[in-house]
Design a protein. Structure first.
Length: 400
């Protein structure tokens, strides 16, 4: 059958494009389907730049994924002759005297330092005086402590998705864009996928659909929530040299008195491009890709400047150069889900046919390359070299 494949990957953003590429590398006859034409700006894999770091404060079980992703991104740079990962160094800031956290990660700073020590990642611990000397742009308080990681970097997300799809196609993967998946069902041969244009049969199916997850799997709506996130680029033209990547590292700042803090990146697009800053928001009502507002109001930009930018970076100007809206699909513990779906053919068992690779709770892009490789290994050898046990769906949906 021309519509028969070894594996079908639905959703071709960060995770899906990485998985399709890794499957094609292994000679798997693979089909990738997306209802849009990635890279696009309506999901979770855009925004010009993304932070990557090696020691992962969300838990050191993520660190091997990050380290392997660094290697794969560098391999793809050589293959595609394009820059995907740019090292700037990274500064994580926390308070010595007031408890602060990243969402669901009370010990983020401590976890980061512990992971760096465990995995031998080059870093410095800086007091407030040392941070002011090395990074005077950051308005740190006397009781704040810094972790500086030498190999932290930023990624180009749209370019990475584009390259992964290009490499997959060069290795004979089939790619269908602007095609809507309506549903899927297991059968004796594997899985049949239904779209608005046809039906496809495969032995395996990978679902990496990001914020569209519960549209395909409405039974998981009580577990996975989608939240609107806003990214901002503020004017730094008058002090560009202080915000250029030669002097300004990527950062994650656990602000005292706030759960989310701020994160951001240097002015990578010149003096007129602004520097990027964001603050994860899970306090508003969940949204869907169809209902979310993609317009950022003046009130939102004014609030970000007054409460975050002015407080942390007094050299920046009030003018907001541009904004972007993206969507985080979040689990109750903000961890990943990479696991086999429960089988509908055999009650209370996992099918070993369908892999769910989502959601990644807003911190997945840096790990995407290694996750794609791990899923390809699951499907071709039965297991992945990296330990994915922490990402079980059974944390939320009991399975046997």
């Amino acid at each position: 059958m021309t519509n028969s494949f070894d594996t079908i990957v639905v959703g071709l953003g960060a995770m899906g494009s990485a998985t399709l590429y890794q499957l094609a590398k292994r000679g798997v006859k693979a089909l990738g389907i997306d209802h849009l034409a990635p890279p696009h700006y309506l999901g979770s894999s855009h925004g010009d730049t993304r932070i990557t770091r090696q020691a992962i404060g969300e838990g050191d079980h993520y660190t091997p994924l990050s380290l392997r992703s660094y290697e794969i991104f560098r391999e793809m740079e050589v293959q595609a002759n394009v820059s995907l990962l740019q090292v700037t160094g990274g500064l994580m800031i926390s308070s010595l005297t007031q408890p602060v956290s990243v969402v669901h990660v009370p010990q983020f700073f401590e976890n980061t330092v512990a992971a760096a020590k465990r995995f031998g990642i080059k870093h410095d611990i800086l007091n407030a005086k040392q941070m002011r000397s090395r990074f005077p742009q950051f308005n740190v308080d006397d009781d704040e402590l810094g972790y500086f990681e030498y190999e932290s970097a930023y990624l180009r997300p749209e370019e990475i998705v584009r390259v992964q799809l290009k490499l997959a196609a060069s290795l004979a993967a089939t790619i269908h864009t602007n095609e809507h998946v309506i549903g899927f069902e297991e059968n004796a041969k594997g899985v049949e996928v239904h779209t608005n244009l046809g039906r496809y049969q495969a032995e395996h199916l990978v679902l990496s659909v990001g914020p569209w997850l519960t549209k395909l799997l409405p039974e998981l709506q009580s577990v996975f929530k989608v939240y609107r996130q806003v990214l901002y680029w503020f004017d730094i033209e008058n002090s560009y040299e202080q915000f250029a990547e030669a002097k300004f590292p990527i950062f994650i700042w656990q602000l005292k008195g706030e759960e989310a803090g701020v994160y951001g990146l240097p002015a990578v697009d010149g003096a007129l491009g602004g520097f990027k800053i964001g603050s994860s928001n899970y306090l508003t009502e969940p949204v869907t890709p169809d209902t979310v507002s993609r317009t950022v109001s003046h009130e939102e930009t004014d609030h970000m400047f007054a409460t975050k930018v002015l407080r942390c970076f007094p050299l920046a100007q009030r003018k907001c150069i541009k904004t972007a809206v993206c969507l985080y699909t979040v689990t109750p513990d903000s961890g990943f889900v990479i696991d086999w779906l429960p089988s509908k053919l055999s009650a209370q068992t996992r099918s070993k046919r369908i892999v769910l690779c989502s959601p990644c709770s807003g911190h997945g892009f840096k790990h995407a390359a290694a996750i794609g490789e791990s899923i390809a290994e699951m499907l071709t050898t039965g297991h992945s070299r990296l330990d994915l046990s922490a990402f079980s769906l059974g944390r939320f949906v009991p399975t046997n």
